[in-house]
Design a binder for this molecule. Structure first.
Ligand SMILES: [Zn+2]
Length: 463
């Protein structure tokens, strides 16, 4: 076993503990991925950034990792409609559910790249892991942790797993019947806290598969157990996800995985906190869901989102605002131009000391916010040479990944050009196309050509 210098807050232990590599020399990470029926909003992206930050920090210290992240394209039921999220979207848009899944899966990868998150080693899709899930369900039935109900669905027997509730604190004896765990029509469950591993198709005709229990489809929680056990060879050093997944998703996953393996499968459960936007929880119904494409449409660098996240610890709730994003955008631009001015890096005892201080902050539960404070200080520290400052920024860039060595555009936009671009982005999002065309002509007259793409408007300066 290798004990790394990185300490993270373990939700189950409720304390900080070192990240350990329990087998071989690769840290094995599993991070719950997106349900691909719509765009990932920036709150989801904050959670996905967590794995990237851990991996880059440990890589800097010489440790290697492997990351598996699932793509949920079947089985995730909506709480209000009791429908598969993909099928509900398909009914609404009249587009094939798998076509929807592939579209949003593509956009998810694109969004991650835009905020500097490097890809996982593997992105298994639920719909392509059906046999793997069925095998695991068979094992759980054989070991009497699961049973086939009279409705031909297979349920996990929650009472067969004594330590249920250790992650969230929701113990079985305190879970009342009628508590909203997730989608459930109760079916043929023997106990109110049992959950479906496999659901009988009933009237459903799309996204269903043959199984030893008849036609049906998998439950949502079983995919993460099946994939993490399979792709990480039964050893999960770190399991990541958003705080809302603690219960029931992770609690159920732990029960399934441990029951199958006969031991504690996940060494550490680490959760990212909620994100508020302009003071409110981001939700579709509240109409304040923010997407990366909207940040780009406002003319901001998508990496401003990454910096805004890094300026807070992953487990503190953030209230993201447009003003905060604009400030982060101008910080990145300023850093890029300063780094270009500072020139080549010079490593000295003084610069190495500051770099070690930054790494120590990161090793302490990913104190990226403290590193950002150090960088702001270094930026203005006249006692450091330009080369020393450049060295510190370039070292931290390996983890912050803000594309700081990007060459600044030779020609900057004028205030008027910027103003017109922002106004046009707003006109477009308000679907005021007449106004947006008018603004495009005005911009053209000022030497800026604009074209619209899926991720917003893009512009070029005519030379
Ligand atoms: Zn999961």
């Amino acid at each position: 076993m290798i004990t790394t210098p990185l300490q993270l807050f373990d939700t189950r232990a409720r304390s900080l503990s070192p990240v350990t590599i329990s087998d071989g020399d690769l840290l094995r990470i599993y991070s719950c991925g997106p349900t691909v029926y719509r765009d990932a909003h920036v709150g989801n992206l904050r959670t996905f950034l967590l794995a990237d930050l851990i991996i880059r920090t440990l890589e800097y210290a010489g440790y290697k990792s492997i990351l598996i992240q699932n793509i949920t394209d079947v089985g995730h039921m909506s709480e209000d409609l009791h429908e598969d999220k993909l099928l509900a979207e398909s009914a609404l848009t009249k587009i094939d559910p798998f076509e929807i899944a592939r579209e949003f899966e593509g956009r998810f990868h694109k969004d991650l790249a835009l905020i500097g998150v490097r890809p996982a080693q593997r992105y298994p899709r639920a719909s392509e892991s059906i046999t793997m899930m069925q095998d695991l369900i068979q094992e759980l039935i054989a070991s009497e942790h699961a049973y086939v109900g009279e409705d031909s669905s297979v349920y996990f027997d929650a009472r067969s797993f004594a330590s249920y509730g250790e992650i969230s604190g929701n113990r079985l004896d305190s879970l009342q019947p009628g508590h909203r765990y997730e989608y459930t029509d109760d079916g043929a469950k023997r106990f109110h806290a049992d959950w479906a591993l496999w659901k009988s198709a009933g009237n459903r005709t799309e996204m269903v598969w043959d199984s030893p229990w008849g036609l049906g489809f998998p439950g949502w929680h079983i995919e993460c157990s099946a994939m993490s056990l399979h792709y990480l060879d039964g050893v999960v050093d770190l399991h990541l996800g958003g705080i809302d997944l603690r219960f029931p998703h992770h609690e159920n996953e732990r029960a399934q995985s441990n029951s199958a393996a006969g031991r504690e499968v996940v060494a550490q459960w680490v959760h990212g906190e909620h994100l508020l936007f302009e003071g409110r929880k981001m939700s579709k119904s509240a109409g304040n869901v923010l997407l990366v494409s909207e940040i780009i449409a406002k003319g901001l660098d998508p990496l401003s989102l990454r910096l805004a996240f890094l300026e807070n610890r992953y487990r503190s709730q953030i209230d993201l605002t447009w003003d905060g994003l604009k400030a982060a955008d101008s910080t990145i631009k300023r850093w890029r131009s300063k780094l270009a001015d500072w020139g080549p890096s010079t490593s000295t005892a003084a610069s190495e000391k500051i770099i070690s201080e930054c790494i120590a902050h990161l090793m302490n539960d990913l104190g990226s916010a403290d590193v950002a404070i150090v960088l702001r200080k270094v930026e203005r520290d006249e006692t450091l040479s330009m080369g020393e400052r450049a060295h510190i920024f370039r070292e931290m860039e390996q983890i912050f990944a803000l594309d700081l060595d990007r060459k600044m555009a030779a020609i900057e936009l004028t205030d008027e050009q910027q103003h017109l671009l922002a106004e046009r982005a707003e006109a477009r999002s308000a679907k005021n196309y007449a106004r947006s065309d008018e603004l495009r002509d005005q911009l053209m007259a000022l030497g800026v050509t604009v074209k619209d793409s899926a991720s917003g408007q893009e512009f070029e300066l005519l030379s």
